[in-house]
Ligand binder design. Structure first.
Ligand SMILES: [Zn+2]
Ligand SMILES: [Zn+2]
Length: 376
């Protein structure tokens, strides 16, 4: 058997008081709760969470702690597992009830705790508490030209919707909830284990009923008891004019159905704006490089640029403009996402110096050189 250092897991010293152990545990379960981690980290968190449970389970029990201090281990494995069972309840939920305050409970279980669950007649039984459905993320790619007017896009996606046959209860209509046969309705399973150090009684939340003490007499034939079913859904996404790349729009209640009557989650739509030219966006301004002929730079003139929305904008070039100088055309930028007011078009002037000129042009330039007293 692998010996685990429960003190090290909880980050407390060997002579820590029970309060210190409790506080360390509270802090760690908050930090490592799997619901607060995603991706690869979730696996690590689940593992850590389990270890923390196990360590606390032993160190918070004077008898087990004494045994552990003396022999280095107690029993085998952990009686607690972090798993969502078929009923959507949390096996360890009731374990937290008694000593974690409501705020912490809300972080863990989505704030669905009701006074009803507290006034339960059987103190140790878990309730089928409603859990909010998961949020769904999706991405829409639009053209830069759409940014000028905004766009309404209808998207299709898969999500869980509340089962219509059982109204999300997971029980076949007409069927009743019956007492769980594994735990005889107590929600808790007791196991006796004989070890060289004596008999240990291991108590854990019933996995057959998720600690609720009851199971459906007949599970819903449509959702197989899950209370929700996978369906093709659609949503209309109104993308506002002026939307910036990477903007995230939230459409409430368009995510997955909740469990045990919990709220629907939300749909998060990430907007990806496909670039369509050599423009840069800075705030609501369009930044663009404009090449002009050296003669235009000297004499002045005008050039026309076409915006992503096919709008032509004439840019007045004052005589004697310098390379890299900027010309601002007011009100020809992107619309502002909030008030629709357009930003500016900012043209950075690049002066084209021809690499080769005709012999006629060369003659004329030489004459200008003489006139200006420039040696060529
Ligand atoms: Zn049970
Ligand atoms: Zn159903």
């Amino acid at each position: 058997m692998q010996k685990k250092d429960y003190y090290e897991i909880l980050g407390v010293s060997k002579d820590a008081t029970s309060d210190e152990i409790k506080n360390a545990y509270k802090k760690l379960v908050k930090e490592w709760h799997p619901d607060r981690h995603t991706g690869e980290n979730k696996k690590i968190a689940e593992q850590r969470f389990k270890e923390i449970q196990e360590a606390y389970e032993v160190l918070s029990d004077p008898q087990k702690k004494a045994m552990y201090d003396k022999f280095g281990y107690v029993g085998e494995g952990s009686p607690y597992t972090y798993e969502r069972n078929g009923n959507g309840g949390f096996g360890f939920e009731d374990m937290f009830r008694d000593f974690l305050n409501d705020d912490i409970f809300n972080i863990f279980f989505g704030g669905q705790r009701t006074s009803q669950s507290r006034s339960s007649t059987s103190g140790s039984r878990a309730q089928r508490s409603p859990r909010r459905g998961e949020d769904i993320n999706t991405t829409i790619t639009i053209d830069e030209s759409d940014v000028f007017v905004g766009k309404s896009v209808t998207i299709e996606y898969d999500r869980y919707e509340a089962c219509e046959n059982c109204h999300g209860e997971g029980v076949e209509p007409g069927s009743k909830w019956i007492t769980c046969s594994k735990c005889h309705g107590s929600g808790v399973v007791r196991e006796e284990r004989r070890t060289p150090f004596g008999v240990f009684i291991n108590q854990y939340t019933c996995d057959a009923c998720g600690g609720t003490g009851t199971i459906p007499g007949e599970t819903c034939h449509v959702c197989k008891g899950a209370g929700r079913v996978r369906k093709r859904a659609s949503a209309v996404v109104n993308i506002p004019a002026g939307v910036e790349n990477d903007t995230v729009l939230r459409i409430s209640r368009k995510g997955n159905a909740g469990i045990n009557g919990g709220e629907y989650g939300d749909l998060y739509v990430h907007i990806n704006v496909k670039k369509s030219g050599d423009y840069k966006r800075e705030g609501d301004d369009i930044i663009i490089d404009v090449r002009i002929d050296y003669v235009t730079a000297i004499l002045g003139g005008s050039v026309v640029v076409t915006l992503p929305n096919k709008e032509d904008v004439e840019i007045e070039i004052p005589a004697g403009i310098q390379p890299n100088e900027k010309v601002v055309v007011r009100g020809k930028g992107f619309p502002n996402m909030r008030n629709g007011k357009r930003g500016n078009l900012i043209a950075r002037i690049i002066v084209d110096i021809p690499k080769r000129v005709s012999s006629k042009e060369k003659e004329l330039l030489k004459e200008i050189a003489r006139m200006r007293g420039v040696t060529v």
